[in-house]
Design a binder for this molecule. Structure first.
Ligand SMILES: [Zn+2]
Length: 420
């Protein structure tokens, strides 16, 4: 059996009754975020290291703001902050415009005094903080200790919800209360665990993926099928959003936060639609396995020096994006019974996938790989993907026989191109 988590959006039916306590918890999440953020920046300035969520939990579990939420909900806030710092840490070396995660507050003027207001952050309840009444479509969400004002106050927020017709909410794992600013209402996201029959792989073929910048992904399915997915949209966003964010007076302010959010939403959408399409193509092509080129320069760097920067340019900026995409792909592929395997992409860009000749000085002209040995000329990213599909490095060390099979190459020059 394969475990799947599904998220259902639900409308809150007794909104006027629960709005006030949900507001308080949303504000508490922002305050805890800020306290932990302050601490993280402190540690960063003193030691040059970022505390992970375990460190944050040890440090903040006695902090008064920690008691604004159920303990598991507070832990989730700290996890999110640690993730945000990690992704900033990955970006900062190569992108001087990258900002560490901001504080969650906005200033506004009332008369001539500046007031600080906290936005309503998303609050997540995990299993210990949830009681689910399946029959009546209700959840009880545990309050933070700070919000149980007096001994007789309710220990929990009782929310009546409505999902779209036909949805069964069972095996509830997580409840997220999300504030919808446009409609000035809270809504619930209900995460349910489902188990499905372990799927059978669509076939025994292997696909190969090369991740890059101009083409975010080049994919080969066989010697007859290759697809390119240009990264135009990611690149355009990568220029547009930092520029707009830098125009904001306050880098942690509301407008900057909204832009960051929109940017990340667009990226996530791009990754999901790309992964979905690749998995569909794997099913069509009978692939039971996907080899993804592993970016050795980013993650396997023992002495602080970077390797394999040749073709991808600034890997550091994109390593985290590739990781994120690979994990989305792995999840979507698994549901179809397809395994995702990371293989070394060492030498895959300088080896001809047709004759196996390795050449440090091979020519790449207008994105074309041109082989001096066999005169093959085709898209450089497709060449990389095909070498990854064939697991170049393994076949080199075991035997070179795999590359000597007779292969037609006409298709390599004209892969299908999908614009997302
Ligand atoms: Zn060749």
């Amino acid at each position: 059996m394969l475990e799947v988590h599904r998220t259902h959006r639900a409308k809150i039916l007794n909104h006027s009754q629960v709005e006030e306590p949900l507001d308080r918890h949303g504000w508490s999440a922002s305050k805890l975020w800020n306290a932990a953020n302050y601490h993280s920046r402190d540690v960063w300035e003193e030691t040059g290291e970022i505390p992970d969520h375990g460190d944050l939990k040890d440090e903040l579990k006695t902090h008064p703001k920690y008691k604004g939420l159920h303990s598991q909900s507070s832990q989730r806030v700290l996890e999110e902050l640690a993730e945000a710092f990690n992704s900033w840490y990955g970006k900062r070396k190569s992108d001087s415009r990258a900002n560490p995660p901001g504080y969650r507050k906005r200033n506004y003027y009332h008369g001539n005094r500046v007031h600080e207001e906290h936005p309503r952050s998303t609050v997540t309840w995990k299993q210990n903080g949830i009681r689910h009444d399946i029959k009546n479509n209700r959840v009880r969400l545990s309050k933070g200790a700070n919000h149980k004002e007096h001994p007789k106050a309710w220990e929990y927020i009782l929310v009546e919800y409505e999902t779209r017709p036909g949805v069964t909410v069972e095996n509830l794992q997580q409840v997220r209360a999300v504030y919808d600013r446009a409609n000035e209402r809270w809504e619930l996201h209900l995460v349910c665990k489902d188990e499905i029959e372990t799927p059978t792989a669509p076939g025994t073929e292997t696909a190969g993926i090369d991740l890059g910048i101009c083409n975010f992904a080049a994919v080969t399915y066989s010697t007859e099928e290759a697809d390119l997915y240009p990264g135009n949209r990611l690149k355009q966003d990568g220029y547009y959003f930092p520029k707009e964010i830098s125009k904001c007076d306050d880098s942690g302010g509301e407008t900057a936060t909204r832009l960051h959010h929109k940017w990340s939403e667009r990226r996530t959408h791009f990754f999901h639609s790309l992964a979905k399409h690749i998995v569909e193509r794997c099913v069509e092509n009978g692939a039971g396995r996907i080899n993804v080129g592993k970016l050795a320069g980013v993650r396997e760097d023992e002495n602080g020096e970077s390797k394999n920067w040749d073709r991808h340019g600034n890997l550091d900026l994109h390593g985290w994006a590739f990781d994120r995409f690979t994990s989305i792909l792995t999840y979507k592929a698994k549901v179809e019974g397809i395994e995702v395997v990371e293989v070394s992409e060492r030498d895959t860009s300088k080896t001809c996938c047709v004759c196996g000749r390795e050449d440090d000085n091979q020519r790449v002209e207008r994105g074309l790989y041109v082989c001096k040995e066999c005169d093959a000329a085709f898209n450089a990213d497709v060449n990389g993907a095909e070498n990854i599909r064939l697991e170049l490095n393994r076949s080199n060390s075991e035997s070179s026989g795999q590359l000597s099979e007779d292969r037609s190459t006409g298709w390599l020059a004209q892969p299908g191109v999908y614009l997302h």
